[in-house]
Design a binder for this molecule. Structure first.
Ligand code: FES
Ligand SMILES: [Fe+2]
Length: 446
């Protein structure tokens, strides 16, 4: 084994050939190897290869991250009526998210209480009650067992409700937590982010389009790629149509040729703040990406061009304003919540993104476009105009992530340093390691 697999700091901390073997590749990572990799994380550097390619690390991620933290799964617009449901698969878990007869959003494990059969197979649909296809045990959308055929005397239906999953709806965004003891900082986070969402009135929207993309990449590479725009100028010609060319520069570093663009940016921000104040919309940046179980970042920023929307020329894609907003020129309210969501709300539409890990090298990215519920396709919006920027950008990002995964799979990969513009990537990895350590301290290991 040579030392190609070690970053300089890791050379100082590794304690013998065993460490090098662990860092080198994907094969055979027992709990002790994984614990050591977690302990030896080098801040400021990308992670060693096993974090991205080892099946054992992936299994740890599912338990320590996806079964332990709040996961974004959908918006309320995806289940508008009582009985509307979605099924969400997270590793071997499957969860039903359903609107019950009292209009509450509920979540249940998609597992029959009789002999365990998966109850609902479709990705989405609508039901009166949830009926198991095997022996027809029947549950209400709230999860109560209401019919189980003929049972032995003394059978108590109330003991066999569906196993519920914690749900938290924040400003129309549905989060679930598979753990019976979910992180309780969700209330603090909700109190910060909800005011940014309220004005966009997600409850008053409908799904205009939804695209599922399966990327051949570890889920962390998908998140890391999303947390930096170092690659945007070269990689995203459609997205950068609405980015100011000074994006990513510190003010004192802006070259002379970009000074007029910088002034345009300052003017747009000043206008945005005035428009937000009038509409009661917060715009301050709040960034707490690590250091808490529910890491998040939210801000509102101006867009270049017409400044209205993520379209090729920056003009609104839907003619119907969301909520009671009085102008389209509201830039974008952008939210990011660890470990699996990002989101942009504009005056005319909203785009939500959720990521779900399928295997160590396969990740589902679901993109959903929401427009005002009474906006009509072909009249108020054109679907291609609405979706082009993010369909193209997602495809470009998928290619970057797949190339990243391939490179990291080579024995020649060694962790590299994050640039200053990649600070949010470092924050994401820091958060991830914090959660793995917290899980390890609980003594729960696979
Ligand atoms: S397993 Fe569901 S009714 Fe028997
Ligand atoms: Fe990108």
């Amino acid at each position: 084994m040579d030392e190609l697999t070690l970053a300089p700091e890791q050379k100082r901390t590794e304690s013998g050939a065993g460490s090098r073997d662990v860092l080198a590749g994907s094969g055979g990572h027992g709990p002790a190897d994984i614990d050591r990799l977690i302990d030896e994380r080098v801040p400021g550097y990308s992670l060693p290869a096993p974090f991205y390619i080892s099946p054992e690390l992936f299994a740890r991620d599912l338990e320590a991250i996806f079964a332990s933290t709040w996961i974004f799964v959908a918006s309320t617009a995806e289940v508008p009526e009582a009985g509307d449901y979605l099924t969400i698969d997270i590793g071997t878990y499957s969860v039903i998210v359903i609107r019950d007869d009292d209009d509450e959003i509920r979540a249940h494990h998609n597992v029959c209480r009789h002999r365990g059969t998966r109850l609902l197979n479709d990705l989405s649909g609508s039901v009166g009650n949830i009926v198991c296809g095997y022996h027809q045990w029947t549950y209400t959308p709230a999860g109560d067992l209401i019919s189980a055929g003929v049972q032995a005397p003394g059978f108590d239906r109330s003991c066999f409700s569906l196993r519920s999953v914690n749900v938290r709806v924040i400003g129309g965004l549905i989060f679930i937590c598979l753990s019976p003891t979910p992180p309780d900082d969700i209330d603090e986070v909700a109190a910060v982010i909800e005011p940014y969402l309220t004005g966009h009135d997600i409850a008053g929207t409908k799904v205009a389009a939804q695209v599922d993309l399966i990327e051949d990449s570890n889920w962390k590479l998908v998140m890391e790629n999303n947390r930096e725009c170092y690659h945007c100028e070269a990689g995203h010609p459609e997205l950068t149509c609405t980015f100011f060319p000074t994006y990513g520069y510190a003010p004192e570093e802006i070259p002379k040729r970009l000074q007029p663009a910088y002034q345009r940016y300052l003017d747009a921000e000043a206008q945005l703040h005035a428009d937000c104040d009038r509409n009661g919309l917060p715009y301050a940046l709040v960034e707490e990406l690590s250091g808490r179980p529910t890491g998040f970042r939210i801000e509102r920023a101006a867009l270049d061009g017409k400044g209205e929307s993520y379209t090729m020329d920056g003009s609104a894609a839907s003619a119907k304003l969301l909520g009671d907003l009085d102008t389209f020129v509201l830039g974008r309210a952008s939210l990011h919540v660890q470990p699996n969501m990002w989101f942009h709300a504009m005056g005319d539409h909203i785009v939500t993104f959720s990521l779900l890990p399928l295997a160590e090298d396969k990740t589902l990215v679901r993109t959903t476009w929401l427009v005002r519920v009474d906006a009509e396709e072909g009249v108020d919006y054109d679907l291609e105009n609405l979706t082009t920027v993010w369909i193209k950008t997602n495809e470009q990002d998928a290619a970057f992530c797949e190339r990243g995964h391939l490179g990291i799979s080579s024995p020649a990969y060694e962790p590299g340093p994050y640039a200053p513009t990649e600070s949010q990537v470092d924050d994401f990895v820091t958060w991830y390691i914090e959660r793995l350590r917290a899980h390890k301290e609980k003594g729960v290991r696979r």
